[in-house]
Design a protein around this ligand. Structure first.
Ligand SMILES: [Zn+2]
Length: 339
């Protein structure tokens, strides 16, 4: 017979269960703790003193909300403090020798059993394994979709790469000049009209004026790595793809080795980060060719004090970028369909 929680707390009660609690029953306990902050009042919890932890198995780790507890106190612990407040961080534990569950303080198991850390570690691994399985169930069926997104990005990246190569090949000095100066604000040095200026670096007849901030720094600065990165992502994703049928995937997951699960999780996580990065670079690249940016670069490059004079202009229908400077009269870079 199950005694009432109030009466049992002073005497301690042992409630035998038929078997280890099912995930649904553990869920009920979680809900109870969340609502009341009182693991010791759950209907099937045992509060009698635990004598040993032989074969005991951690089912859940929790932290109590003190504000939900009567008198804002801590929960009693059936290992070291069955009737007085003891802990806020605890474990729900299955005791197979007694067929019961107890909620114990997180630090208390080791006072009863010097090998308790092994079960704590095993529980952590079980939790990680479960989280990985859930992740795979949630994500693996989206891999074909992810591959298709990368393929769309690949087509765009190839066009962008080709445009940038064209610009680098035909106007190498200008690209180098941009590389050296972009990233920070675009500035020019002006000669002071009346007096010598002093600063922490000493005195100078020149001062710097800011023209503006240029966009598309990542594209200008480095070799555009999108094509290479996308191809490698597609390759990795194709190797772990199990199609888009969630049901088939959950069946396959039952027989999948841990090593394979780890590899799948790693590839998906990495690919998602890479896809974000690839998209950022695509936007960054496009921002270089925006009207406002070309205008800023022009103001900087045609300033009377510029260190290298050149002009950049998008032609009317934005199909070409026209670049001219003293060394060559005009280079026309076809933008294909990147804009
Ligand atoms: Zn304790």
């Amino acid at each position: 017979m199950i005694s009432s929680p109030t009466a049992s707390l002073t005497s301690g009660r042992l409630i035998r269960l038929k078997s280890e609690p099912s995930p649904t029953q553990i869920e009920e306990f979680k809900q109870h703790v969340k609502e009341t902050g009182q693991p010791e009042t759950f209907t099937t919890i045992t509060t009698s003193k635990a004598e040993n932890l032989e074969e005991a198995k951690i089912l859940w780790k929790f932290t109590l909300d003190r504000k939900k507890r009567p008198n804002w106190d801590e929960a009693p612990c059936p290992i070291c403090s069955p009737v007085s407040p003891k802990y806020l961080s605890g474990f729900l534990v299955w005791f197979p020798k007694e067929n019961c569950i107890r909620a114990i303080g997180k630090e208390c198991g080791r006072t009863l059993d010097k090998n308790w850390h092994r079960e704590v570690r095993a529980f952590k691994i079980r939790e990680e394994d479960e989280a990985r399985r859930q992740y795979i169930l949630q994500k693996l069926h989206t891999v074909p979709q992810l591959i298709s997104e990368f393929e769309t990005e690949l087509a765009t990246a190839k066009r962008q790469h080709s445009v940038w190569r064209d610009l680098k090949d035909r106007c190498p000095a200008i690209v180098q000049h941009l590389r050296d100066n972009m990233g920070e604000d675009l500035r020019v040095s002006r000669r002071s009209r009346n007096k010598t200026l002093s600063s922490s670096n000493g005195t100078s007849n020149y001062y710097e004026t800011r023209i503006g901030k240029a966009q598309g720094y990542a594209a200008v600065r480095r070799d555009f790595p999108n094509v290479r990165e996308i191809k490698s992502s597609i390759e990795h994703l194709e190797a772990i793809s199990h199609g888009s049928n969630s049901h088939e995937i959950s069946v396959r997951l039952q027989v999948m080795s841990k090593k394979e699960q780890r590899a799948i999780e790693k590839v998906i996580k990495l690919s998602e980060t890479k896809l974000d990065r690839v998209k950022q670079r695509r936007h960054d690249f496009l921002s270089f060719f925006s009207d406002a940016n070309i205008e800023t670069i022009n103001r900087w490059a045609t300033d009377q004090n510029t260190s290298m004079y050149f002009t950049m202009k998008l032609n009317k229908n934005r199909k070409c970028l026209e670049v001219s400077c003293q060394e060559f009269s005009l280079e026309t870079i076809r933008l294909r369909t990147i804009i």
